[in-house]
Design a protein around this ligand. Structure first.
Ligand SMILES: Cc1cc2nc3c(=O)[nH]c(=O)nc-3n(C[C@H](O)[C@H](O)[C@H](O)COP(=O)(O)OP(=O)(O)OC[C@H]3O[C@@H](n4cnc5c(N)ncnc54)[C@H](O)[C@@H]3O)c2cc1C
Length: 145
């Protein structure tokens, strides 16, 4: 990966020590490793135990090799912030005054996470808020309120 990307951001020794430390935790029944515990807890549920194809295993065990590197392209799936509006979708300045003629709805207005459904982002709670805030803005613009 260092050769491919040319930026040499990856330290072989650091990554190796991280993987070895993680593998060691698999032998520890009382591990404090968050990821290992999370996988163990998840597999207490039968559906997840059966549905997940790879049982927990040591990454560096020869039978699980060879290691391959995968280049990831990070993208934003949803935003957790947004343009501040009032309940009519009118965009507000920092001092809360209205910018006449400018509206925002959906993810741009912070409905991509939490929003009207509360503080946290939970699957299935985005689209509804995006559509609803668009409807609110549209109705206001059409004078329907
Ligand atoms: C993979 C994935 C799965 C999801 N699954 C769910 C789910 O199961 N349930 C759920 O509730 N939500 C889900 N969401 C979130 C939900 O789909 C989005 O929050 C919602 O579609 C956002 O709607 P929006 O209209 O605010 O923005 P968008 O749908 O992103 O619309 C913005 C539009 O603006 C256009 N645009 C951008 N820049 C410009 C410009 N300069 N000029 C003109 N047009 C421009 C874009 O092309 C786009 O069409 C998912 C999102 C993703 C990415």
């Amino acid at each position: 990966m260092n050769i491919l990307s040319g930026d040499h951001l990856l330290s072989y020794d650091y990554i190796k020590s991280q993987i070895e430390a993680r593998d060691r935790e698999l032998d520890n029944k009382f591990s404090k490793d968050t990821q290992v515990n999370y996988i163990r807890n998840t597999r207490n549920y039968l559906g997840d135990k059966l549905g997940r194809v790879a049982a927990p295993h040591k990454i560096l065990s020869p039978e699980n090799g060879p290691l391959i590197a995968v280049r990831l392209n990070i993208l934003t799936r949803k935003t957790l912030g947004g343009i501040k509006t009032n309940l009519n979708g009118q965009v507000l300045r920092q001092d809360e005054s209205i910018i006449e003629g400018l509206f925002a709805a959906g993810e741009a207005a912070g409905f991509g996470g939490g929003g009207m459904h509360g503080y946290r982002a939970l699957e299935g709670t985005f689209l509804g808020g995006c559509i609803f805030s668009g409807m609110k803005a549209g109705k206001y613009i059409a004078g329907l309120k």
